[in-house]
Design a protein around this ligand. Structure first.
Ligand code: SF4
Length: 209
């Protein structure tokens, strides 16, 4: 008999989507363990390793349990990088229960799943992404690090349709990063680039999980 498929999970919790176009929307977050990158500015290092092996049934049960008290319509699959594990059956199970699915990904791994919303966040140094995300992305999020420069933003702007916003997300809402993000938004404006916006992390602003 095959063992039941499991996923390594760091945490599952109810909260509010704090970033991007879906900001302010209640959601149940499933933080999957593991990541294929090691960004120096990562604020979820605790999800790189470890995590608890859970069967699909255990994960779904936990989500349903949270949902009885917190009837959010959206599930946000995040990490780490949620696509380092095969989340196909998890997504299908959650869709069957009627949830809408958001995936936050660094876009370096392939995914052909019935996802309702992709937040694509390419990472330095290469800011690489798989080409299929040009069509799949609903929004792009770039963390404004010390090394980020405007040509990277222009390259990403030219790679994705203008209708897809590019959020410049100040790193951990730090002052220097916010100032830099504002400078970059202005530079994009002067350069005639569309739909490049200043982002924020509501969860940090309000001190919520
Ligand atoms: S891709 Fe995301 S989770 Fe992975 S190291 Fe970078 S910031 Fe952290």
């Amino acid at each position: 008999m095959h063992p039941l498929p499991t996923l390594k999970i760091t945490e599952i919790f109810p909260s509010i989507q704090g970033e991007g176009l879906r900001q302010g929307t209640p959601a149940i977050f499933i933080r999957l363990s593991g990541c294929n990158l090691q960004c120096s500015f990562c604020d979820t290092r605790y999800a790189w390793t470890g995590g608890r092996e859970k069967t699909m049934q255990e994960i779904v049960d936990k989500v349903r349990h949270i949902h009885t008290d917190y009837p959010a319509e959206w599930i946000c699959l995040t990490g780490g990088e949620p696509l380092v594990q095969d989340i196909t059956s998890l997504i299908l199970s959650l869709k069957r229960l009627g949830f809408f699915i958001q995936v936050e990904t660094n876009a370096t791994l392939s995914c052909n799943l019935p996802v309702d919303w992709y937040t694509v966040s390419p990472k330095p140094d290469a800011y690489a992404f798989r080409p299929e995300y040009k069509k799949k992305a609903h929004e792009i999020k770039i963390v404004v690090t010390k090394d980020l420069n405007y040509p990277v933003i222009r390259r990403l702007r030219n790679a994705f349709p203008d209708s897809i916003p590019i959020w410049l997300q100040p790193q951990s809402i730090l002052k220097w990063s916010t100032k830099k993000a504002l400078r970059l938004v202005r530079e994009a404006l002067e350069d005639g680039q569309a739909n490049i916006r200043l982002g924020v992390q509501l969860q940090r602003l309000y001190g919520i999980k």
